[in-house]
Design a protein. Structure first.
Length: 330
């Protein structure tokens, strides 16, 4: 992929810590150690330091422009995604300008270009797009969604991606020394990461609480920072199955005990990674939650989101059932 649309790292190739040493306050602790060096060497070091500071300034200017472009891109993409969702949900009608600017215009009768659209939108837009998105296939080649998942995803009415700023990292948790912590403090404003949130909204259904949309809060490169998992109805959680086994206790008859075990499901994406999950996944022969995050978060943000219309059209063309077309035109 040519560039990360929602997951641009805006990382600094030279290393933020190295560039900070071009300031007099950063160099001050080292001056005494350099004082004993020969003057010709110090002159050349001074020249190199000045050149490095010019490089750092040049890089900072470039990164500032890159960041501004990234923010502008996100803002404009959000407007387009909102317009698309309006058409999908039925809250907005197709406008004459949109129709005239489409390659599908020759298929639309002249009398219908200005018509008022009274349909319910495209109810199956997102699940149909997801079915066609090859980026949602695991490394094994199988689609991440199971038949049980699709029963729930049939109620999916919107996927949105929006800007999210990760909370400042605790220097103690990051293992920074005191001097590194002070250096980190000087970079907060300039290097604030452009994270993003992926939110899945559902229509009312029997499987989960639609008022609590499952959400992933991600760092720029797709690493999941926080999750808001679905609130499942009783016995509706597709990420676990009950395994029954016979347990014998000394002096007592054997009894059947049921215990929850993880099972393959798209919705495991909203679980928190953990050592326990890694062990349970390995024992069950499953892809771990952390691996699901690595394999799926960026494809959803960078492939499914911008190309959902193409995937939906592909689904219409490949389907033998014309029901989606009929419902959209009703």
């Amino acid at each position: 992929m040519a560039m990360h649309r929602w997951a641009c790292s805006l990382g600094r190739a030279g290393g933020a810590g190295m560039r900070r040493h071009c300031s007099s306050t950063a160099l001050a602790p080292h001056l005494a150690r350099l004082r004993s060096q020969p003057q010709p060497l110090l002159r050349r070091l001074a020249a190199l330091d000045h050149i490095h500071c010019e490089y750092s300034q040049l890089e900072d200017e470039y990164l500032a422009r890159q960041r501004a472009l990234q923010v502008e891109l996100r803002t404009k993409m959000a407007v387009l995604f909102a317009a698309r969702q309006g058409v999908v949900s039925g809250e907005a009608s197709a406008t004459a300008a949109q129709i005239k600017g489409s390659e599908l215009k020759p298929l639309i009768l002249e009398s219908q270009i200005e018509a008022v659209d009274s349909s319910n939108g495209l109810p199956q837009f997102w699940p149909m797009a997801m079915r066609q998105c090859s980026a949602l296939e695991l490394e094994s080649g199988e689609h991440v969604c199971t038949s049980r998942d699709w029963q729930i995803l049939d109620y999916l009415k919107e996927i949105s991606v929006r800007h999210w700023s990760p909370p400042p990292e605790d220097p103690e948790q990051a293992g920074l020394a005191d001097d590194e912590e002070q250096e980190a403090d000087t970079e907060v404003d300039d290097s604030e990461e452009l994270g993003f949130a992926l939110e899945f909204r559902f229509a009312p259904n029997e499987f989960l609480d639609h008022e609590v949309p499952p959400t992933l809060y991600c760092y720029a490169q797709g690493e999941v920072s926080l999750t808001c998992p679905p609130v499942w109805r009783q016995d509706a959680n597709p990420t676990v199955v009950l395994k029954r086994k016979k347990v014998k206790r000394k002096g007592k008859p054997a009894e059947i005990v049921s215990s929850p075990q993880p099972t393959h499901s798209f919705f495991r994406l909203f679980n928190e990674p953990s050592i326990e999950d890694d062990q349970a996944s390995d024992a069950a022969g499953l892809v771990s939650v952390s691996e699901l995050h690595e394999q799926l978060v960026l494809p959803i943000a960078e492939e499914l989101m911008p190309n959902a219309t193409i995937y939906y059209m592909r689904a219409l063309l490949e389907s033998d059932d014309n029901e989606p077309t009929e419902s959209a035109a009703s």
